[in-house]
Every structure is written in structure tokens, then in C-alpha cells.
Ligand binder design. Structure first.
Ligand code: ADP
Ligand code: MG
Length: 154
């Protein structure tokens, strides 16, 4: 089932993701897609906060993966924008993360769609300029294991 959320400020996207993280279970993989500057990293920062991660979370653009261990569950934050061949993911050992005991968040997941597990939760962030500069539509797909239901307050 598809859930559609709308936000009009980065803080709202952050708060939405923070609430989503509270429902996250070990082994979940979240796929984030959307153009540059739509808010994938803002979303991940909120998600990290929801797991209780306090340190700064930035896009691991050059390192591909950043691991945060201090929260309720480990967070594995991928940004695969610079991956030119999915084989690079093998070299990183992505399977240990995707099928590990933590939660994985992948920015630009569609670039490595072959590697994304079928049960992954897909999130798309879109702008719609005629609705304002800070407007974002956030669509969450395939949340079959939906624990908490629709995220309240949005
Ligand atoms: P991405 O990781 O998708 O490239 P970022 O999260 O790095 O994008 O940047 C998103 C930018 O858009 C930030 O500068 C943020 O302040 C801004 N922004 C404006 N409105 C929103 C919103 N509703 N949700 C998320 N980010 C927003
Ligand atoms: Mg980013």
C-alpha cells in the first residue's frame, strides 16, 4: 500500500523520518530516491535522530557507506550516487549491511536496483515547483510489515 505525505519545510521531513525510524525493525532496508536536493539526506538525518543517533549525519558521497552504532539499532547509510558499477557494492560487502542486524538507508537506490532486496521499503521524494520552493511529496511504498500504521500528524 502506498502512503503519501506532504511537507513544506525541511524540519517536517526530518520529523516524518524520525517517526518512521521509531517503527523500524532490524534488517529493514529503506530505499530513497529523488533528484539532487530533494531531501534524501535531510530524511536520513531525521531517521537517524529517531534511532537515537546524536552525532552529525552527512551524505557519505565519497565513502559510499557510513555506519552509526550508537542508536537503538545500527544505521547503515549508503549514498550510491557515485557508484558506476554495481560490482563496487560487492567490494564494499553490501550484503553484510543489507542482511545485517541494523537498518539500511540507501540514497539513490534506483542506481543499484538489481541489488535491492524485494522486501525493501521504497521512498520517493519529489518537488513540485508550483506548490512552493520547500514543498516535497514523500511517497512510501510497499511497507508490508507496517507496524505502526500511517505516520501520525502528517
Ligand atoms: P539530497 O540528499 O536529496 O540531495 P539534501 O537533503 O542534501 O538533498 O538537501 C535538501 C535541501 O532542500 C536542503 O537544503 C533542505 O533545507 C531543503 N529543503 C527545503 N524544503 C525541504 C523539505 N520540505 N524537505 C526536505 N528538505 C527541504
Ligand atoms: Mg544526499
Amino acid at each position: 500500500m502506498k502512503e503519501i505525505y506532504e511537507t513544506t519545510a525541511p524540519q517536517q521531513t526530518f520529523a516524518l523520518a524520525r517517526q518512521l525510524a521509531e517503527q523500524a525493525v532490524p534488517g529493514s532496508v529503506f530505499c530513497l530516491d529523488g533528484d539532487l536536493g530533494t531531501g534524501k539526506t535531510v530524511f536520513t538525518q531525521g531517521f537517524a535522530a529517531g534511532l537515537g543517533i546524536e552525532g552529525p549525519v552527512n551524505s557519505p558521497t565519497f565513502t559510499i557507506i557510513c555506519e552509526y552504532e550508537e542508536g537503538r539499532l545500527p544505521l547503515y547509510h549508503f549514498d550510491v550516487y557515485r557508484i558506476s558499477d554495481p560490482e563496487e557494492m560487492d567490494e564494499i560487502g553490501y550484503e553484510d549491511y543489507f542482511f545485517g542486524r541494523g537498518v539500511t538507508m540507501v540514497e539513490w537506490a534506483s542506481l543499484i536496483w538489481e541489488l535491492i532486496p524485494r522486501e525493501a521499503i521504497r521512498i520517493t521524494i519529489e518537488k513540485e515547483p508550483e506548490r512552493g520552493f520547500d514543498y516535497r511529496r514523500i511517497t512510501i511504498d510497499d511497507r508490508a510489515d507496517c507496524l505502526g500504521g500511517r505516520i501520525a500528524g502528517f
